[in-house]
Design a protein around this ligand. Structure first.
Ligand code: ISJ
Length: 453
């Protein structure tokens, strides 16, 4: 047995006192057909630096560097959609009633795949209001309880308190010390030779003027020496990549876990932000010039510029003001660094997060340009995306604030198996071997964390 390389502090709180307080503060509820009722109860200051273990049916989202954690247990409302446009319509159509003493509105999780068939069979789009949400934001903690449709008010209250008890108990349970999870690569799609062939075919299509850029990806399946523990993976990723969005989504037998560096769109009180993130290099303390070379690389700057232009066009029509920095910065993430341009603006009256997300997805950082031709080329080359990889997932609150991140640096866990994916933008100057190496480097983020998961 080796101790886990991370040891999140256990929160310290008096579970019985909190439960008694919840029992006292939860009001009488009157469930109604066709409506979702949410009740929020502030808990004051209670640090939750860990993810709950051994609880099925958890969806979570954390931005450790920003002090935001959302842990959802169970579902008051769980709806799956055959297309992502239906997802936005469902959010807009919600009759969502909110009672509570806190300032922060209730939250729904949402997500969707890249588009087209998801070869892992995940639903195309999904909306999920957790039965119980534990939220920590800017040092404040609250619980939000939700129920959809008719029901007996007293039974609903009892069920909420039971869920709160289970969640609090799980938070107080330390992570078990487990041996390192030894990984074996059991499958790779496509293999190296086919990937090289696809890169060459893509650069030929670019040379012929069919597309300017296309993003090719690979899928790798790893087997562990013991089953993977999603909560340990999320905790390890949060420790190693605190500036990323760390999320987990439970699909029954499979759990999606990711540390995404790419903000598709975040909205807060009418302010909106999206990241252009494209152009990648190794990050190595022994070679401090790599960053400078990335900033000067014509190939990477072209890959990047196409994404900046797309985001600026997509958001332009929705915003009163839009700030598009002229020069990219570098984002460093462990062994990787990316060219990064954060684009921000003020939404015009009537525009919202969901509209922005619909316009932005899929950006040329994960699809290509022009979009339709790039999608067609991906299909011709036999690319398939799986497990929501390069889709988007996140949260939205009842006011319309929220965030969606691009599903990258992700693993779909299923017992002993973990399915990973990574890709990269191909432009005219791309070389097959270098592109393959870039995908391996991107996979490394997840492989490092899986060893302790
Ligand atoms: C497609 C991925 O990453 C995207 C592609 C990048 C690139 O081509 O340089 C960089 C960041 C992401 O936008 C991935 O991580 O799988």
């Amino acid at each position: 047995m080796i101790p886990a390389p991370f040891a999140p502090d256990l929160p310290s709180f008096d579970r019985r006192r909190l439960l008694a307080m919840l029992e006292q503060r939860l009001p009488d509820v009157f469930p109604a057909a066709g409506a979702v009722i949410s009740v929020s109860v502030p808990l004051g200051e209670m640090a939750i630096s860990t993810m709950p273990l051994h609880l099925p049916d958890i969806w979570s989202w954390a931005r450790p560097a920003e002090g935001l954690t959302l842990i959802g247990l169970g579902a008051a409302l769980h709806r799956e959609f055959a297309e992502s446009a239906a997802l936005a319509a469902a959010v807009r159509g919600l009759d969502w009633r909110w009672m509570g003493t806190g300032d922060d509105p209730p939250v729904s999780f949402l997500g969707h795949g890249f588009g087209g068939e998801d070869s892992a069979g995940l639903p195309c789009g999904l909306l999920r209001i957790p039965r119980l949400l534990l939220r920590q934001r800017a040092g404040r903690t609250d619980m939000v309880f939700s129920h959809a449709g008719e029901g007996d008010g007293e039974a609903v209250r009892r069920d909420w308190l039971d869920a709160a008890d289970r969640l609090l108990l799980a938070l107080l349970t330390p992570m078990p010390e487990l041996s390192e999870n030894c990984l074996t690569r059991v499958d790779e799609t496509p293999d190296a030779e086919t990937f090289h062939h696809r890169v060459r075919a893509a650069t030929r299509a670019i040379g012929a003027g069919d597309v300017e850029k296309v993003v090719l990806s690979r899928r790798v399946t790893m087997a562990g020496s013991r089953p993977f523990v999603p909560a340990r993976l999320a905790a390890a990723l949060a420790e190693q990549h605190p500036t990323c969005a760390i999320f987990t989504a439970d699909f029954g037998s499979r759990v999606l876990v990711a540390a995404s560096p790419e903000r598709l769109v975040a909205c807060h009180g009418g302010r909106i932000e999206s990241y252009a993130l494209a152009g990648t290099a190794r990050c190595d303390a022994d070679d401090p010039f790599l960053g400078g070379r990335l900033l000067c690389s014509a190939k990477d700057r072209l890959e990047h510029r196409l994404v900046v232009g797309w985001i600026a066009d997509a958001l332009g029509g929705l915003c009163e003001t839009l700030d598009v920095p002229a020069e990219p910065k570098r984002m460093t993430l462990g062994k990787l660094q990316h060219l990064w341009t954060p684009i921000s603006g003020t939404l015009r009256e009537g525009a919202d997060l969901l509209q922005a997300a619909e316009r932005l997805h899929p950006t040329p950082a994960v699809a290509g340009l022009p979009l339709i031709a790039a999608r067609k080329l991906l299909e011709t080359l036999g690319e398939s995306r799986s497990g929501w990889y390069t889709g988007a997932t996140g949260w939205i609150d009842r006011r319309g604030d929220g965030e969606l991140a691009v599903v990258l640096r992700c693993a779909l866990l299923n017992g002993y198996l973990a399915e990973l994916a990574a890709g990269g933008g191909i432009v005219a100057a791309s070389q097959p071997e270098a592109e393959f190496a870039e995908t391996e480097l991107k996979l490394q983020t997840m492989l490092d964390a899986l060893r302790v998961a």
